[in-house]
Every structure is written in C-alpha cells, then in structure tokens.
Design a protein around this ligand. Structure first.
Ligand code: NDP
Ligand code: 2IT
Length: 451
C-alpha cells in the first residue's frame, strides 16, 4: 500500500475540510460515515488502496446554472440551480430536487452523498444525486411556480434521463412542481420517458410514491421496536414538519395504533394533547400542501391545541420522536431533553435532522436510533419501482407496492442488523446502515478499477 494513502480518520477529515471550505453540512455527513467506515476497513486494505471512501466523498460532477424567470409584476428574477451527481456505481444517479431559499452547494452535496448510501441500502440499482435551487416557493403564484419550474428544467434537462440521472421531489418540490418539470422535459426532448419520479398517476407515476417516505419510516421504526420486543400500539410520538414526509408518517403511526401529539413548520410547532387523528392529519395536509397555510392556524381550528412560536417539539414527553422537517433540526440539547423525558426511539424521516452531538447522545444513551439514510429510504425505493414500471410500461397496484415497500424496509433493517449488532445484542443502526450501504457501492467500484 502506498504510504500516503494509509491515513487515519483525523487526517482524512482534515483533507475533507480543507477541500470543502465552509461546507459544514457536507463535512458533517462525510464525518458521520467515515467514523464507521474507517473502523470497518481497518483489516480490509483493498478499499483503502483503491481510495473508495475518498472517491465517494468527491462528487462525480456538480453542475450549477442560472435560472431566470419573470414574476407576476414582470420583474426579472435570477436564481441559482444545481445538480450534484455524486455516484453512479450501482445505477443511474437518483435523488430529489429541493426548492428552498437556504439551498446551497454544501446542503446539496451532503444530500447527494447520503443518497448514495440510501439508494444502495434499498437493494435496487440506483446511485446518488441531489439538486435544486435557492428559490422560495412560499407566496408565489401558480404561474410563477410554473415559469420557475420550466426555466429550471430548460437548463437541467441536458444532464438527466432515465438511464443517466432521475430526479424526484424533496422540500418545496411535490407533485405540482414535478408535473411542470416533466411537462417541460417532454416538450424539449420530445420523449415520454421516466426521467423524473414522483410523477402523477395519469402520466407514469407510481401508486404509493407520495406516501412511501413517511410510511417507510414508520415501518422501519416498527422493525426496530419489534427487534426489542415492543410495538407501536399505545405509543406517543412527537413529529416535526407538516409536509409530505411528516403527514404520511403521522398517518401510518396513527393507523398502527399510536398517538401523534405534535407537528411543526418553520414558524413553530403545534401541540395537540388529544392527538392528531386521521381527519386532523388530512386537515394539515390540505392546509399546508394545497392551501399553502401555516401550522399555527391548526391551533385556531382545533380546540385544546396550542401553538409554540419559533419552538421545536422535542421538549414534549413522548415514547418516540420522528424528525421529518429538515437538517440539523434536533440538537444535543433537544436530544438530552428527549432522553430525560423517556423517549425510547428516534427515527429520522428527514435527511440528517439530528446534529452530530445529538446522534452521539442517542447512541450513548442506548436508545433506538434509525438514521435517515435507512429510515427514510422508502421514498427513493418506490421511486426505483416507478422507474421499473416506466421501463416495463406497466402500472402496479397500490396493495402490491405497499407490500414491496414493507419488504424493502424490512430488508434494510436486516442489513443494518448484519453490520450493526454489538456483542451485547444491541444494535448500532448508524454503523449498520453506513457499512451496508458502503459495501455495496464500494464492491462495484472495486470491480470497475480506477475510474
Ligand atoms: P415538504 O416540502 O413537503 O415539507 C417540509 C416541511 O419541513 C414543512 O413543514 C416545512 O415548513 C418544514 N421545514 C422546511 N425547512 C425548515 C426549516 N429550515 N426549519 C423548520 N422547518 C422546516 O418536504 P418533505 O416532507 O418532502 O421533506 C422533509 C424532509 O424529508 C427533508 O429533510 C427531505 O430531504 C426528507 N426526505 C424527503 C423525501 C421525499 O420523498 N419527499 C424522501 C426522503 C427524505 P415550512 O412549510 O414552514 O417551510
Ligand atoms: O431524500 C430522498 O430520498 C428524496 N428526496 C427522494 C429521492 C427520490 O429519488 O425519490
């Protein structure tokens, strides 16, 4: 082995920080994976010699582009768009598009890096990518959203395709935005192909895709609990977020006999001690997604509920916490409050919602902790099956797809057990997910040689 390549974790991370100055989220995501991988690779020099982790932590390419659009008052607006194509060793680049004013290269690089392991964990042939724009959909009219999506796709289309890179939704990008982008892709290329997932059912979308991330996260939580001889029935959950992932996680948690006492948005959280039942969750979905409202209005609509301005729900007593909003929304202080209040399991519906110190606190306390790359993989898994259906020009039924989702989440759980079970029988799901995802990508990269 060449001496310069035989480095330790600290040196590896120093190099990562030096090469990616100021990209805190990306460095955080790489560090979390590198900790486990360095330990795992201690007696496997072939991966070190081939510099596999170093290569996965360097995106294959990043395209960034100007997105010009005209608002309803005829002002010219300029946004920046990106696509980070991180790794396609096991399949086409795959991953969502995020429209949010905070979007920057660091956030998209962390998401594309995480996605590489997440896609691998599903067992399906998909790589990792992510993209988006620093566009704020809040307060925009329908035609402004349409014009932005069309302009964004006019640049993006040349970089994607059903065998190249297949984007989907993420924060700020739902079925409406996917519809506008798919329409523009089809118009420019003249082809009706599955270059995007999360499409409407009428034009090549898959049943269960909207539900898949939230449902999958709750299935993963149930697997973690069952492995400890527990179940969801009778448990109380705090949930953050009120978008696609949060509302579907709440729906499935309640369906399985649990009680959900909080939901949130960027303005604060609502606490409903009576619990969010099916109708209330549907109200949140309609209110947030279709009426573009604020969660604060929930407290005006439902007696007994209170709104907590600018606060997060992690101080509420609960058995289970499901962070389903955004990155770094649960810090060490929140983690300690959850543990002190008796929380037994945390399952990440969002990508990297827990800070590194929060994750350390959960791991040290020995509570169940399902990291996002495993727990929220149900969304990309059904996206993978949308690609399969498009390639076969078929549509499968919802029941079949939900069974497939359940099986995939159980398989991911089993992969985590394989690589994350400690000598005392407890499970480190972070380690399990990191190693299982890494191994699949790494072995493919070894087969390709130095490319
Ligand atoms: P949505 O846009 O549907 O909902 C996002 C929710 O998070 C909203 O309630 C939003 O509140 C809240 N939120 C966004 N940014 C912030 C912030 N800075 N602080 C507090 N709250 C915030 O997105 P999704 O539900 O699709 O995504 C949620 C998370 O799940 C993200 O981390 C995403 O990457 C991840 N994920 C999504 C998948 C999918 O299939 N959609 C798949 C796997 C993971 P507000 O309305 O005020 O902005
Ligand atoms: O973070 C994610 O896994 C997603 N936003 C969904 C990706 C996808 O391609 O469906």
């Amino acid at each position: 082995m060449a001496e310069s390549q035989n480095i330790d974790l600290a040196t590896f991370m120093e190099g990562t920080s030096r090469r990616n100055p100021g990209q805190h989220e990306f460095i955080q995501a790489v560090h979390e994976v590198a900790q486990d991988i360095f330990e795992f690779l201690a007696d496997k020099p072939q991966y070190h010699e081939a510099q596999i982790l170093r290569r996965i932590a360097e995106p294959d390419r990043i395209v960034s582009f100007r997105v010009c659009w005209e608002d309803d008052s005829h002002n010219v607006r300029v946004q920046r768009g990106w696509r980070v194509q991180n790794n396609n060793a096991i399949g086409p680049y795959k991953g969502g598009l995020r429209f949010h004013p905070d979007v920057n290269e660091s956030i998209l690089k962390f998401l594309a890096f995480e996605q590489t392991f997440k896609s691998a964990l599903t067992g399906l042939p998909m790589g990792g990518g992510k993209g988006g724009a620093n566009f704020n959909p809040k307060g925009k009219s329908e035609s402004e959203i349409m014009r932005f999506c069309q302009s964004f796709m006019t640049e993006l289309y040349r970089h994607i395709g059903p065998d190249v890179d297949v984007p989907a939704g993420d924060i700020g990008v739902g079925s409406r935005e996917i519809g506008y982008m798919f329409g523009q892709y089809k118009r420019i290329t003249g082809q009706f192909v599955g270059a995007l997932t999360g499409k409407g059912i009428e034009y090549g979308g898959s049943m269960i895709r909207p539900e898949a991330t939230g449902f999958g996260a709750v299935y993963f939580l149930r697997e973690m609990l069952r492995h400890r001889g527990e179940d969801i029935e009778g448990l109380t959950a705090t949930i953050s977020g009120s978008g696609n992932v949060a509302t579907h996680a709440a729906q499935k948690f309640v369906e399985l006999g649990g009680k959900v006492v909080s939901m949130s948005d960027s303005g604060g959280f609502v606490h409903d001690p009576d619990g969010f039942d099916k109708e209330k969750i549907e109200w949140v979905r309609q209110h947030k997604t279709h009426r573009r409202g604020r969660i604060s209005e929930y407290a005006e609509a439902f007696a007994g509920a209170t709104f907590h301005n600018g606060a997060r729900p992690w101080g509420l007593p609960c058995d289970v916490a499901l962070p389903c909003a955004t990155q770094n929304e649960l810090d060490e202080h929140d983690a300690k409050a959850l543990i002190a209040n008796g929380c037994r399991a945390v399952c990440e519906g969002a990508n990297m919602p827990s800070t590194q110190l929060a994750v350390t606190a959960f791991r040290e306390a020995g509570i169940l902790f399902g990291p996002g790359k495993a727990a929220n993989a149900g969304g990309v898994a059904i996206s993978g099956l949308e690609m399969s259906q498009n390639a076969a020009r078929l549509s499968w039924e919802a029941e079949r797809l939900e069974q497939m989702l359940l099986k995939i989440m159980q398989d991911i759980h089993a992969r985590c057990l394989r690589h994350g079970t400690r000598a005392d029988g407890s499970v480190d799901y972070v380690r399990g997910a990191n190693i299982a995802g890494f191994k699949r990508v790494a072995d493919a990269m070894l087969a390709f040689g130095i490319v």
